[in-house]
Design a protein. Sequence first.
Length: 289
Amino acid sequence: MPTKTFIRILAALLFLAALLPGCSSEPEPKVEPDNLFAPHARKKTVLLVGDSLSISLANQLRDAYKGQKALYFAHLGRVSSGLTRPELIDWPKALADLSRREKPDAVVIMIGANDEKSLPGPDGGSVPFESAAWDKAYSRAVAEFLDIARSGNPDAALYWVGAPVMSDPALAAAMRRINAIIATTCARKNARFIDVASLFTDKLGGFARYAVDEDGDIRSIRYPDGVHLSVSGAKMLAGQVLNSLDKQYHPPLNAAGRELHRACETFRPVTPETAQRLLAAIHDSDAHE
């Protein structure tokens, strides 16, 4: 029979093992999916990089590219990041590392939603947003980022997904300014700008939080913060991005891909008044059941 001393020692060892890193029920936060640098047979690689909006986009695209024989999808995303937020992630360095390692055939960038902030100036000061100097500095940063995207493969196709319309008027105006700079710079650098602003606006041109699908059911497409995308909104965005890529980077349609195209083509954003009426009708129907 084991002695009491041995049992106490064994129990102490088991307790200490439970405290070691890696045994916690809380996983370490990850910047990228597990398969970003996974070994894989040479395929055409589609790389997506960007902020939290790109993460919603990647969650949908990943399933569309899953199991494809000729295409490989990888993504690196960081919440709240941007070209004006180097304290969160040094995007030029991160993209240079990715380009060198993955040599992507296509790079999709979705950065800009957090960039309405000052940029460092040449004299050590800061260049305020909405100034002419900021516009020039930001255009240079975008151009340099596009060059870095091609550093691992000079023939890479480049795409930049613009920020969607935002509910806050000041932020919406900032996004229009940033999108315009990015679009102009992309045209100069032989990159395609994917404008998604109209995808999330109602028939009056306003911010839409809800859409109606082909069955007439109402769907939330944006979160209450007026910035981020719900699952349905992310599906709409992913469908439009896939439609905007060159054909050689289109994954053959699987069930997930068909769902993305369906969302993009059939979900129709509605005005707040229409959404309120439809939601009220649902509430009344539930109340009478």
